[in-house]
Design a protein around this ligand. Structure first.
Ligand code: ADP
Ligand code: MG
Length: 327
């Protein structure tokens, strides 16, 4: 059994690439290669497994479909790219009905329609095990505009495109009561955040189109983990100001410890976290304002050469979800 997902991935990175036009292979939210003078091609893949990422009690079939595509669109957003096509590989378990599969594909289609993204292929197999759904998304980005994790520099501000913590709090509710429970309005907004995350494609595009140097990552495993990935890729120290972290109005009633655990380690928020120079940030904030989108300043990048993330001067480690540690 592998102990650490991140360490294992590092060990499989090829020592060289055959293709000269490869711009980013393993190590970011998506791979990128150049195809012509104007655009670069972007591709990413993510898998959802019943019993690991969802159960029949936490997500409906339509929500499984929505989420499997949404998490990939979120990786496309984290590169600043535009999604175009998707492929779906599905391992169908014996309990799955035709109606459920129909709903699952409808969940994907409705989200794909919002982004003019076309289903162009996939694969269908049967399994005696749990349902496994793998989605691949292909997109494009203007040459030189993609937003890599390795782009952070000292004196950058650290920003978030949305609040974190609601998805994890919603998951707790679903695990304790199941999705059949009659949740009140506040609880429903938490559970919806977990079940139907909305990828921040528009935010990623605003950042890419600004043309400013930006480091960017999407929040799948919690901001503690994602900020450590930016710090590692850029070899910098990142300071987070706990007071500046945006707080969900629904989570305000929790104890500070419980709330901060959700905000920092919860994950599955699918907002974007990144860094850019302060003068550029101020311009981008007004672009976001015009689109009624929030952009929160939550910290600062300090020196290069020391890879670390600190919150109130204390180390913030990658305690988010790691596939080989938590089982
Ligand atoms: P994300 O959370 O953004 O989806 P991951 O942490 O899953 O990214 O993956 C980090 C990097 O490792 C990505 O570049 C991804 O494509 C690559 N990667 C993950 N698993 C594998 C694998 N089994 N084989 C090859 N590359 C992988
Ligand atoms: Mg990602």
């Amino acid at each position: 059994m592998l102990r650490d997902e991140f360490e294992w991935i590092k060990s499989i990175i090829p020592s060289h690439s055959h293709q000269k036009n490869l711009l980013m292979g393993i190590g970011d939210d998506a791979a990128i290669w150049s195809v012509d003078e104007d655009m670069d091609q972007v591709v990413c893949v993510d898998t959802m497994v019943e019993g690991v990422h969802f159960t029949r009690d936490t997500l409906s079939p339509a929500q499984i479909g929505h989420k499997a595509l949404a998490v990939n669109l979120s990786d496309i957003a984290a590169m600043g790219a535009i999604p175009q096509f998707y492929l779906v590989s599905i391992a169908i378990s014996p309990e799955c009905t035709e109606e459920e599969l129909h709903d699952l594909y409808e969940g994907m289609r409705k989200l794909a329609d919002l982004y003019k993204t076309d289903l162009i292929g996939g694969d269908t197999v049967s399994t005696k095990g749990p349902l496994v759904l793998t989605v691949t998304v292909i997109g494009k980005v203007e040459k030189g505009k993609s937003l890599y994790r390795k782009n952070a520099e000292p004196d950058d501000v650290v920003f978030l495109t949305g609040i974190t913590g609601e998805s994890a709090a919603g998951l707790q509710l679903l695990l304790s009561k199941t999705r059949q429970y009659s949740f009140n309005e506040a609880e429903t907004s938490l559970t919806s955040q977990h079940q139907m995350p909305q990828p921040h494609i528009k935010q990623g595009r605003l950042l890419a189109k600004s043309g400013f140097r930006t480091a960017l990552n999407d929040v799948s495993d919690g901001i503690a983990s994602e900020l450590n990935e930016i710090a590692e890729a850029s070899d910098v120290t990142i300071h987070i100001d706990e007071e500046k972290l945006p707080i969900s109005s629904i989570l305000k009633s929790l104890s500070k410890n419980e709330r901060l655990t959700y905000q920092l380690y919860g994950g599955e928020d699918y907002v974007l976290v990144g860094t850019m120079a302060e003068k550029d940030f101020n311009q981008v904030v007004s672009e976001f304002d015009k689109s009624f989108l929030p952009l929160y300043k939550i910290g600062r990048v300090t020196e290069r050469g020391e890879t670390a993330v600190l919150i109130n001067q204390e180390p913030l480690t990658k305690k988010g979800f790691n596939h080989f540690r938590e089982r």
